[in-house]
Structure formats: C-alpha cells, structure tokens
Write a protein that binds this ligand. Structure first.
Ligand SMILES: Cc1cc2nc3c(=O)[nH]c(=O)nc-3n(C[C@H](O)[C@H](O)[C@H](O)COP(=O)(O)OP(=O)(O)OC[C@H]3O[C@@H](n4cnc5c(N)ncnc54)[C@H](O)[C@@H]3O)c2cc1C
Length: 379
C-alpha cells in the first residue's frame, strides 16, 4: 500500500487531499493507497472572512468549519501537530505518533509574527488571525475618531490586497456611522508605490485620492512605541496614530524550519512548475508554505492543489505526471462595502484590474458563502 501524507488542514491541504481522493477512488477502496491528512487543529478558518468579521458583516459561525466535514470520508484525518519530517526515512513525526509516506504534501501555511516588530504586540491591532480580528472588531466599534494607520510591516504576507481592501472598507464603515470627517485613514507600504504591481497601484492610488485616504510609500516600520502611539521607520520617520491596524511580518511553520526544509523565513524552496520541494522527487509544497513568487492566497493554493493531485494520482496509476502550475492567481479586491474589482494573472501575464462594480462585489460575497463547497473539492 502506498501512503500519501498531507500536513496542514487549510485550503491547500484540504483541497489536495480531496482532489487525490476523488482521482484515486478505486485505489482507495481497494486499499492500494491510504491518504492521511495531519492537521494541528480540528477546524478550518476561512481567512478572507476576517475582513468582514471586523466590520460585523460576517460571524464566526460562517467562517469556521470542522475539517472532518470538509474531507472525503475515505481520507484518514489525524488531528495532531507534526513535529518533524524525516526525509531520509520518509516519516512524519507528530506529537502523538509517526506516519510513513511514499508521497508527502507540505501545506503548513504561514502565520503572523508581530513579535518581530518591537512594541507591535502591545501597540497594534491586526485582522490576520481570529484572535486579532476579534480584538480589532471591538476596537473599531469603540473608536471615537482620530487617525487610523493601516501599516504593511513586511512582505511577503497573506493576501497582498487585504490591506488595500481594509482601507476602503474603513472609509465606508465610518461614512456609514456618519463619522468619516472625524477619521483620518493613512495607508503605508514598504516600497515606492501603493502596491507591487503597477496596474493595481495606479488604480488604487486613484481611488484612495477620490476617497480621501492618505498614503505613504517607502514606509518600513521597525518599532512601535505603544505608550506614545508612534511608529518608527527604517527611513527615519515617526508617525503618530490613534489606532494602528498592522499587517505584521509573516513566517512559515516551525515544522519546516525545524526539519531543515525551509529557508530562514520559513518558506519551502519549491519548483515553480512541478511544485516539488527542491531536492525531493516525492515531496510537494502547496499554498502559503512555498517560497514561490506568487501571492500567498487561497486561490493560489487551490490552483496548485489541482496540479499536485493530478501528478501524484498519475504516478500512482503508472501514467506520466505532466500537470504544471504556471502561476495562476485570482483575487477579488473590495473597494468598499458595495463595490469590488478583481485581478487575475500568472507568471507571464500581468494583472489588468477592471473598474469596480457592484456586480463584482456581490460575486465575492457569493463566493464567501460558496467557499465551503470549494474546500470539499466540489466547486
Ligand atoms: C484577512 C485575510 C484575507 C484574505 N483574503 C483572501 C482572499 O480574498 N482571497 C484569497 O485567495 N486569499 C485570501 N487570503 C489568504 C488565504 O487565506 C491564504 O493564502 C490561504 O489560507 C493559504 O492556505 P494554506 O493551505 O497554504 O495555509 P493555511 O490555510 O494557513 O493552512 C495551514 C494549516 O496548516 C496547519 N499547520 C501548520 N503547521 C502544522 C503542523 N506542524 N502540523 C499540523 N498542521 C500544521 C495550520 O494549523 C493550518 O491549519 C486572506 C488571508 C487573510 C488573513
């Protein structure tokens, strides 16, 4: 029997496991293969929902599901933390056991590391995990006016467009509360434009101007003075704030760092086309965990999962593994509570954002509800 082990029960891990189960149904039923998904938690969080949760537009019950209900019933779910990958003996060790593998898929994602900026934990808010989003929701509800800084504090980070979206949504949130004239919104970004990609940067800067959202570029925070509510930057600037919404630095999972499978940031060196971990023929990486020059986005994890599942299934069936990932990425960009645009791009094709519309916004809202079908591998 061949063992396929997937580590991580987020978008990338769940989808890879479900696609594998669907492509290898006869082999699973005849016990020629076993698919095991190891997840540190028994629940999956739909992270894009956090952007709505902070404005009370989605509830926790809508954005959290038990992983066991998302997986094909023929997948063996193990709720346990993987502690080491022993690539010499092809075994994944966990806190409670060990799991041999013939094929391994690393889907351990990324996490925020606010501790990397001194003072940020004490002085800032963020919405990039559930705990942070809950606190920010409460802080926004109590906000009496003043200056809000939306500060990107390191790249790469998950969902590159989320800081832009939250700035637009803050504008509408305070407009709706009839307080917009009492709130200053300042967006900061580390490079010389408001976004990495020119076409998006141009559109966003234009919309920021129209909505009175200020922005500063070449702004790289190195410290937060929580007591005096000040951000200090590498460029020698100081910025005062009343509420800081930070996009903290991100890093990969400790598992890949401790197993010698990742670079210093915790990103797994991965072949950009085959998605094999460099130096290994039977180990793949999917989603945020990779070091690929693509967005850390659920859509990327989704498209990559298709390629990995197709190639592993082909090898098991004795067919040539010819699927390749070409950098396909798709992102909605909310430009407020009522309108959105979207971008899609790949390694060769730059994005061309369209003018924001209500239709695109409602498509995104519909996708937020339909995501749980995607996770099951149905949509
Ligand atoms: C606020 C916000 C908004 C976003 N909006 C969008 C959007 O609109 N569109 C979009 O495409 N993307 C969006 N994203 C990004 C998207 O959520 C992530 O890119 C996606 O979740 C990555 O999937 P993943 O499977 O690689 O990692 P994750 O979903 O992070 O899953 C990794 C899993 O691995 C588990 N794990 C880690 N280490 C271990 C271990 N040692 N043992 C066992 N399990 C382990 C973790 O517990 C976790 O469950 C957003 C993210 C945020 C935070």
């Amino acid at each position: 029997m061949k063992n396929i082990v997937v580590i991580g029960g987020g978008v990338g891990g769940t989808l890879t496991a479900n696609y594998l189960a669907s492509k290898l149904k006869p082999e699973l039923r005849e016990r020629k293969i076993k698919i095991t998904l190891i997840s540190a938690t028994d629940k999956q969080l739909y992270e894009p929902g956090l952007l709505y949760l902070i404005f009370n537009k989605m509830e926790e019950s809508e954005i959290i599901r038990e992983i066991k209900y998302l997986l094909d019933p023929d997948i063996n779910l193990v709720v346990d933390t993987a502690t080491r990958v022993d690539t010499s003996n092809q075994v994944v060790e966990t806190e409670k056991g060990s799991y041999p593998y013939d094929y391994l898929v690393i889907a351990t994602g990324s996490k925020v590391a606010p501790e990397e900026i001194p003072g940020l934990k004490e002085g800032g808010h963020w919405f990039y995990n559930l705990e942070g989003a809950r606190k920010l929701r409460d802080a926004l509800a109590k906000f009496k006016g003043g200056k809000i800084v939306v500060g990107v504090m390191g790249v790469p980070h998950k969902c590159p467009v989320a800081p832009i979206e939250v700035s637009f949504m803050l504008h509408d949130f305070f407009k709706h509360l009839q307080m917009r004239d009492q709130v200053e919104i300042l967006y900061t970004y580390p490079i010389n434009k408001v976004f990495l990609m020119d076409s998006v940067a141009e559109l966003v800067a234009d919309l920021f101007d129209q909505k009175g959202i200020e922005y500063k570029t070449f702004f790289n925070p190195i410290e937060v003075d929580a007591k005096n509510k000040k951000i200090m930057t590498l460029e020698g600037e100081e910025e005062q704030y009343d509420l800081l919404i930070a996009i903290p630095p991100h890093k990969g999972s400790d598992l890949v760092i401790n197993s010698g499978l990742a670079d210093k940031g915790g990103w797994v060196p991965t072949d950009r086309f085959t998605l094999k971990v460099e130096g290994y023929d039977n180990v793949y990486a999917v989603g945020d965990a990779t070091n690929l020059p693509v967005s850390k986005a659920g859509s990327v994890a989704h498209f990559e999962a298709e390629v990995i599942a197709e190639n592993i299934a082909a090898e098991i069936k004795g067919l040539p593994p010819t699927a390749r990932y070409y950098g396909k990425t798709m992102c909605f960009i909310e430009t407020g509570f009522d309108e959105a645009t979207y971008i899609w791009f790949d390694y060769e094709t730059p994005p061309k954002p369209v003018m924001p519309s209500r239709f695109i916004h409602w498509t995104k809202i519909a996708y937020n509800r339909l995501y749980w079908l995607t996770a099951r591998g149905i949509l």
